[in-house]
Design a protein. Structure first.
Length: 389
C-alpha cells in the first residue's frame, strides 16, 4: 500500500479536523472533509528529523541559521524561479499571524484594503479586526471558472491602501497566470497600493500549472510587495507553526520586523524549524507524488459529482490547492438549508461557501487531501443525498 493510500486514525489526536466535529457541526457522525490539512503523514525525512531532534531531548532557544534560510532560498529558486536573498526573510508562527502584523504595520485604522471574493475566511478578520475597511473586487465566474474583473479592480484601487492577494486562490482554486499577476501589479504600482501576497498554496498546484510569485515579476513590483509563505500546507506541518515573510525592500522589512518583535515573535519553535529544513531539503519526491494523487482525487470527484447528479452539482475548475469549490446553486437552497443538507443528509463535514463571503452562499468547499477511499466515500454520500431529494 502506498503512503497516500493508507488510512490513518486521527481521532483523539487533538485534531481540529477530526476532534472538533461536535462543536462545529453539532454532530460527530460525519466524514470530515473541511479544515485545510491533509490526512497524510508528512514526508519520512521530516518525521526522522523530528525523532532525531526529540532523542536529543533538549529544547532550548533555537536560532534560524543560514542552513534553514538557505533551504528556503533554494526551494523557491528551484520551484518558483525566483531568487530570494536570505536577508529578505523574516519568520513567524504562521501566515495568518504575519498578515495581522503586516496590516498593523503598513495601514491605519479606517484604511481600505482590497480583497478578491469569495476568499479565505481569515482575510475578513485580518482586516476588520484592526478597524480597517474591506473593499471587494468580486471574482467573475463563468463556465465553472473564475476571472478577475480588472475594470472594477482599477476603479477600486484608486481609493485603497493595500491589496490582500490570495495566490493560488483559496477557495476557487485559481493559479493566477503571469499576465494576470502583471496586470494586478502594474495597477498597484500605478495607484501606489501595497501588495500583501498570501502564497501558502504555492507548491500545491496541479502538474499542468505553474505558480509565479507576484514579487518575482520585477524589482519595482518586489519592492511594493510582501510575500507570505510556509511549508505547512505543502507538507502537512500546520501544527508545527513555522512560516516566513519575504520582503525585498529594506525599509518595509525593518518596520515589519519591529512589529513582529513588539508581539514577541523573535524565533520559530525548535520542532517547526527542524521540520521546515527537512521538508525543503528532502521532501521534493514526496511532493511530486502527492500532486499526482491530488490530481487523481480532483478528477475523480469532479467527474462523479457532475455526472452522477445529472449536473445538479457543478465543480469549479481547480488549478491548484487541494480544495474543491462545489457550486450547489441548482439545488435551490439558501445557505442555511445547504449547510444543513450536507450535515444531515450527506453526512459529510464540508466548509460552507458562505464563510468565504456572500458570493459563496450557494457553494461548499471540499478537502481532497485524503486517501482515494475517503474521497470515494465522501463523494458517494453527497451524490446519494442529492439523488434522494
Amino acid at each position: 500500500m502506498g503512503i497516500f493510500e493508507e488510512i490513518h486514525d486521527r481521532k483523539n489526536t487533538r485534531s481540529v479536523k477530526w476532534d472538533m466535529l461536535k462543536p462545529v457541526f453539532q454532530t460527530d457522525d460525519l466524514l470530515p472533509m473541511w479544515v485545510a490539512d491533509m490526512d497524510f503523514k508528512a514526508p519520512q525525512a521530516v518525521n526522522d528529523a523530528l525523532k532525531e531532534r526529540a532523542e536529543h531531548g533538549i529544547y532550548g532557544y533555537t536560532i534560524i541559521d543560514e542552513n534553514i534560510k538557505g533551504s528556503i532560498s533554494n526551494w523557491i529558486e528551484k520551484h518558483h524561479n525566483w531568487t530570494v536573498k536570505q536577508d529578505w526573510l523574516s519568520f513567524s508562527p504562521g501566515v495568518v499571524a504575519s498578515l495581522h502584523m503586516a496590516i498593523q504595520t503598513f495601514t491605519k485604522p479606517n484604511d481600505k484594503i482590497l480583497i478578491q471574493t469569495p476568499v479565505y475566511t481569515p482575510f475578513y478578520k485580518v482586516i476588520e479586526g484592526h478597524d480597517r475597511q474591506i473593499v471587494k473586487n468580486e471574482l467573475q465566474q463563468k463556465d465553472n471558472y473564475y476571472k478577475i474583473d480588472f475594470d472594477d479592480m482599477e476603479e477600486k484601487l484608486k481609493n485603497v491602501q493595500a491589496l490582500l492577494l490570495c495566490s493560488p486562490h483559496n477557495p476557487v482554486g485559481r493559479v493566477w497566470k503571469k499576465d494576470e499577476l502583471m496586470k494586478m501589479a502594474e495597477l498597484c504600482l500605478k495607484h501606489n497600493v501595497l501588495i500583501l501576497s498570501d502564497e501558502i498554496h504555492a507548491d500545491l498546484i496541479y502538474p499542468d500549472q505553474n505558480h509565479t510569485p507576484i514579487a518575482s515579476l520585477s524589482k519595482d513590483i518586489a519592492d511594493q510587495t510582501i510575500t507570505f509563505m510556509s511549508p505547512s500546507k505543502t507538507f502537512n506541518l500546520a501544527g508545527l507553526q513555522a512560516s516566513y515573510i519575504i520582503t525585498s525592500d529594506k525599509e518595509k522589512r525593518v518596520a515589519l520586523e519591529k512589529k513582529l518583535g513588539e508581539q514577541g515573535h523573535h524565533m520559530l519553535n525548535t520542532m517547526g524549524s527542524t521540520a521546515l529544513y527537512a521538508a525543503y531539503s528532502y521532501g521534493e519526491e514526496w511532493l511530486e507524488e502527492l500532486k499526482h494523487v491530488l490530481k487523481e482525487n480532483r478528477d475523480y470527484a469532479t467527474k462523479m459529482l457532475e455526472e452522477k447528479t445529472d449536473g445538479l452539482l457543478q465543480v469549479t475548475r481547480s488549478e491548484g490547492t487541494y480544495l474543491l469549490w462545489i457550486d450547489c446553486s441548482n439545488l435551490d437552497m439558501d445557505k442555511t438549508e445547504l449547510k444543513k443538507f450536507m450535515i444531515e443528509n450527506a453526512k459529510v463535514g464540508l466548509n460552507a461557501g458562505a464563510e468565504y463571503g456572500n458570493e459563496g452562499d450557494a457553494f461548499m468547499r471540499m478537502n481532497l487531501a485524503c486517501p482515494k477511499k475517503t474521497v470515494e466515500q465522501g463523494v458517494a454520500r453527497i451524490i446519494q443525498a442529492v439523488n434522494n431529494l
